[in-house]
Design a protein around this ligand. Structure first.
Ligand code: ATP
Ligand code: MG
Length: 289
């Protein structure tokens, strides 16, 4: 892995399903992803996340625009594709029969803490099935992993475990493209976030930019932050009754707190924005300058 080398390059990607009743899934999507980066694809149901991942993985071959990947991708699909009446290890072997396993399946079971790999998949919990899907993607030996809603249906404990696994995969230098609704699970992991709506990229942000976004609530909301022209921060929008601001470079959160107090604001809440609040604000049309 070399920083700056592109793992995935997508330019003006368009995808429509159907001929008579056309269903537009992706509109002019462009993104370039460096090797070793972890990128989150975020968006409501039907936003086009799965279609995008299927195109990058090569499952969907017909589309407009260009998609280039630096190597074959390991893909963890939205819905499990395991055979219920096979054991976990047999499932993996079946899938990769005729190819060389690049990694040892026992290693993967240990790494992903898949216990009871000798059980039939029908007796697995949802979390174990999900881990098995991810094991299959890793076994492809590819440095690019595409995970479609890996946290779907998992309880908080297993989700946390999966977040740690993803962190580890990132440390190994893999490039990760992950679609999710549960953004909290990618806190401190994802480097970039693409917010999708109706097949389009509504907004792309990197983790550094997000770390400068704060949510504020005043005890005296009649003191309007909106009307004041500040060089230290921008008002971005309102989410769940909180005002979102982005602190400009060269300023720290203490500067902002002091400024608000000086203007007569009594602060009830001041905290770095959670990814979920940010997602809500973006989809509700918060303006970003
Ligand atoms: N095979 C298909 N035939 C027709 N339309 C499709 C097909 N696959 C996806 N679509 C449509 O493309 C759009 C994007 O679907 P996609 O599955 O990519 O969304 P998504 O963001 O993954 O949604 P979800 O969060 O529900 O998984 C939707 O309008 C969907 O109905
Ligand atoms: Mg999907």
């Amino acid at each position: 892995m070399k920083p700056g080398n592109k793992a995935i390059m997508i330019h003006n990607l368009n995808k429509q399903f159907g001929i008579v009743r056309k269903n537009t899934a992706l509109i002019n999507v462009s993104m370039e992803i460096d090797e070793g980066r972890c990128v989150a694809i975020v968006g409501h149901n039907g936003a086009g996340k799965t279609t995008l991942l299927k195109i990058v993985s090569g499952i969907i071959e017909k589309y407009g625009g260009t998609v280039k990947v630096s190597s074959r991708c390991g893909f963890c699909p939205e819905n499990s594709v395991n055979f219920d009446f096979m054991k976990a290890s047999r499932n993996l072997k079946y899938y990769y029969q005729g190819t060389n396993f690049k990694e040892d399946s026992e290693n993967i079971f240990n790494k992903l803490k898949i216990e009871n790999s000798s059980l039939h998949v029908k007796d697995f919990s949802k979390g174990m099935k999900r881990k098995l899907d991810i094991a299959r993607a890793i076994l492809s030996g590819s440095n690019i992993l595409l995970l479609d809603e890996p946290f779907d249906g998992l309880d908080p404990v297993v989700s946390k475990e999966l977040s740690e696994i993803i962190k580890q995969l990132k440390k190994e230098g893999r490039t990760l493209l992950i679609s999710t609704h549960q953004l909290g699970n990618l806190e401190d992991i994802a480097d970039e976030f693409y917010f999708f709506q109706k097949g389009m990229i509504l907004r792309a942000m990197n983790a550094d930019e997000i770390s400068r976004i704060f949510a504020i609530k005043l005890k005296n909301p009649e003191i309007s932050l909106e009307t004041s022209k500040k060089s230290s921060y921008h008002i971005m929008g309102v989410s769940e009754g909180k005002i979102l601001i982005r602190i400009n470079e060269g300023y720290a959160e203490n500067d902002i707190i002091q400024e608000i107090i000086k203007d007569g604001g009594r602060i009830e809440y001041f905290s770095r924005v959670s990814l979920n609040d940010l997602y809500l604000a973006i989809s509700e049309g918060a303006k970003f300058v």
